[in-house]
Design a protein around this ligand. Structure first.
Ligand code: GSH
Length: 218
């Protein structure tokens, strides 16, 4: 199985966490340049019949290819038993995934703002979208152990684990402002597969690598 993305964390961390949690063997293919990515896209991926060649992508041994980051996350989770056990859990996980995605979008607005507009964008996003979504997620999590409400981890917990770190990088005070989200982050971080991966990847560039702005990806 091959998972492909840039050599940084970007959209891909929840999928990498899911592959680690699933315990599958996979190649974590990290492209270092647009040229390298395009060569692979127009060569091996084309030959393999990948329908939507984009980053990230997942190419399985049986020839199945999955693109779109959030779909990859659900695909891995559903194949490996952490997609939610009941309908209620599955819908809860899907909603949380989308809420996390809204939070991530707020981060992107700040990261890609012009240098002289970034601080204003950061304040605006924290006061608006981030407060709204983190508040809802904190309330939804309430006293549940795992966010989808079942007795085990789902991919939504992994997505939440990832996105709160992006939020904390924008404002460290968000850690204390949402203690239940912080506690969930701690629980996910203690899962042996996640703990081992994070320790191994400690040197990963954590967030968007600014030179890789969309205009430079061509
Ligand atoms: N909606 C897509 C967005 C994919 C996307 O924008 N990928 C960026 C990196 S974050 C990219 O560099 N794609 C390269 C390409 O598609 O050629 C997803 O969630 O996977």
């Amino acid at each position: 199985m091959e998972f492909g993305y840039w050599g940084f964390r970007g959209l891909a961390n929840p999928m990498r966490l899911a592959l680690e949690y699933a315990g599958v063997e996979y190649t974590d293919k990290r492209f270092a340049s647009k040229e390298e990515w395009h060569a692979h896209r127009d060569g091996a991926l084309k030959e393999a019949g990948v329908a939507f060649p984009s980053l990230p992508y997942l190419l399985c041994a049986d020839g199945t290819s999955v693109s779109q980051s959030r779909v990859i996350l659900r695909y891995v989770a559903e194949k490996h038993g952490f997609g939610g056990k009941t309908d209620a859990e599955r819908w809860a996980a899907a909603m949380v995934q989308e809420e996390c995605s809204d939070l991530f979008a707020a981060y992107v607005k700040v990261a890609f703002a012009a240098d002289d507009a970034r601080e204003a964008a950061r304040k605006e996003q924290i006061a608006g979208s981030i407060t709204t979504h983190m508040g809802r997620l904190e309330a939804f999590l309430a006293d549940k152990e795992w966010v989808a409400g079942g007795d085990g981890v789902t991919y939504a917990d992994l997505m939440l684990y990832d996105v709160v770190e992006w939020m904390w990088s924008l404002d460290g005070e968000l850690k204390d402002a949402y203690p239940k989200l912080r506690a969930l982050h701690g629980r996910v971080g203690e899962l042996p597969a996640i703990k081992a991966y994070v320790a191994r990847k400690d040197g990963d560039k954590p967030f968007i690598d600014r030179p890789f702005t969309p205009s430079k990806l061509g």
